[in-house]
Design a protein around this ligand. Structure first.
Ligand code: FMN
Length: 431
């Protein structure tokens, strides 16, 4: 059975896990201790006042994300696309480690109360995945941050997508399971936003080669989950949620949001609480990586010369993309840019480069812009588009944004030798 503990053990053997053995404070130190080691998995062995360990940064680098789905860092878009095309039935099992635990009744007893914004002093669950069942479409998994209100109640941030639809279907209340501590392939599947009929459990099953699941009060949930909170989500009882750091690393506001009341706490012996540092690389990679196959597919359908696509690190793995093309013909860079913008509606900027530029390296992208772009010729701006609600620079009147394409491919008709990298150790090897 694929689970978080197993993934951490595998990565430990590869030297990608850091243990913090000294006791850390859940308000002032825990989030910072995880953030400080971005790119590695951090296990907090002792959190003051809490039973159980905390793990963060589980998918905080492209290497970790790729390891989760068993491929190389530049192959994740293709592997995810294949899994989306061929979801795999889950493997129902009767037993799960979280079902065997002795009962706890209070959230405070069950796991560490982590505060990511010491100014606000509100404990948050930042890696919480909600499993809910739609009458029309079946099971749905999606990430939702949850602010602890005390007395086993949380306010839950719900952007109007499938979980909001499930709440509407069931007249404002839904029986749900909150999953804390999942194998990162399951997390990636939960972060995918496909059509409502996409079953994220079956997608996860394709990614891990058969996902074991158990039935819990009519909900299908991964058997490998570390902690499961059962209870009722209600849009009839709203409460304040926020402020909290969003994907872009900027502060999101305070809103009235649905509440979740816990009826049952289930956890494995020695359960690990998973945490995602808000606005950190893991948050961005979990959100962005599942969008890359959509962009890849749209660009590949538009031009025959696609080499690779990536959402870029500096662009929060969400707002900016880079597309590399192999010897594009005149005009194909612009077509590729338009296809990318259409495929991921939150995208704001696309840089299109030749295949000799490493699209995972921000310096290399800037080098291509510096040496191959004339702004009056190669920058295309499309005003008044619908963009990301996460971009603080969008219009404060109507939420619109301008999008742009930078064609940083070599100008057609010119000698390539003028543009490729030269000099010792600088061969323009294809990325
Ligand atoms: C770490 C992380 C945190 C997220 N937090 C939220 C959140 O608080 N609220 C929300 O609605 N979506 C959040 N998302 C995005 C949703 O999980 C994502 O849009 C998902 O695909 C929605 O699923 P659906 O297509 O089934 O609606 C988050 C994603 C990640 C990776």
């Amino acid at each position: 059975m694929k689970d978080l503990a197993g993934f951490i053990a595998e990565q430990e053997r590869l030297g990608r896990v850091v243990h913090v053995q000294e006791e850390v404070d859940p308000v002032r130190e825990a989030g910072a201790a995880i953030a400080a080691q971005e790119g590695r998995i951090v296990v907090l062995d002792r959190v003051r006042g809490a039973s159980g360990r905390v793990a963060g940064g589980v998918a905080s680098s492209r290497e970790l994300v790729a390891a989760a789905i068993g491929c190389g860092p530049s192959e994740t878009a293709q592997v995810l696309a294949r899994a989306m095309d061929a979801p795999r039935p889950v493997v129902p099992v009767a037993e799960a480690p979280f079902l065997r635990s002795s009962p706890v009744f209070q959230v405070e007893e069950a796991f560490a109360q982590l505060v990511f914004d010491p100014g606000a002093e509100r404990p948050y669950l930042s890696a919480s995945v909600i499993a809910a069942r739609s009458r029309r479409y079946g099971m749905n998994l999606s990430f939702h941050r949850m602010m602890y209100l005390g007395q086993n109640r949380f306010s839950v941030r719900i952007v109007p997508r499938h979980l909001a639809m499930i709440l509407e279907e069931s007249a404002g209340t839904a029986e749900i399971a909150v999953l804390l501590g999942l194998h990162p392939a399951v997390s990636l599947a939960a972060a995918c936003s496909g059509p409502p009929e996409l079953d994220e459990l079956e997608l996860a099953s394709a990614l891990v080669g058969g996902l074991s699941t158990v039935e819990l009060d009519g909900l299908t949930v991964p058997a490998g989950a570390e902690i499961v909170l059962r209870g009722t989500l209600s849009a009839k009882e709203l409460a304040e949620e926020g402020p909290f750091v969003d994907l872009t690393g900027t502060l999101d506001g305070v809103r009235q949001q649905p509440t979740f009341t816990v009826s049952r706490i289930l956890r494995r012996a020695e359960a690990i609480l998973q945490a995602v540092v808000p606005g950190g690389k893991e948050h961005q990679l979990l959100m962005g990586t599942p969008q890359e196959p959509r962009i890849h597919r749209a660009v590949a359908n538009t031009v025959p010369c696609l080499h690779r696509v990536a959402l870029t690190r500096g662009g929060c793995n969400w707002l900016h993309a880079a597309v590399a093309l192999d010897n594009p013909r005149p005009g194909q860079a612009r077509n590729a840019g338009m296809a990318a913008l259409g495929a991921h509606p939150s995208l704001k900027r696309v840089v299109v480069v030749d295949a000799d530029v490493n699209i995972y390296d921000t310096d290399a992208l800037e080098w291509a812009i510096a040496t191959r772009v004339q702004a009056d010729r190669d920058v295309i701006i499309i005003p008044g588009c619908r963009g990301s609600s996460l971009d603080p620079s969008r219009s404060d009147q109507d939420d619109t944004t301008a999008k742009w394409i930078i064609d940083a491919t070599m100008p057609p008709g010119r000698d390539r030798a003028e543009f490729v990298r030269a000099g010792p150790g600088r061969g323009s090897g294809v990325s």
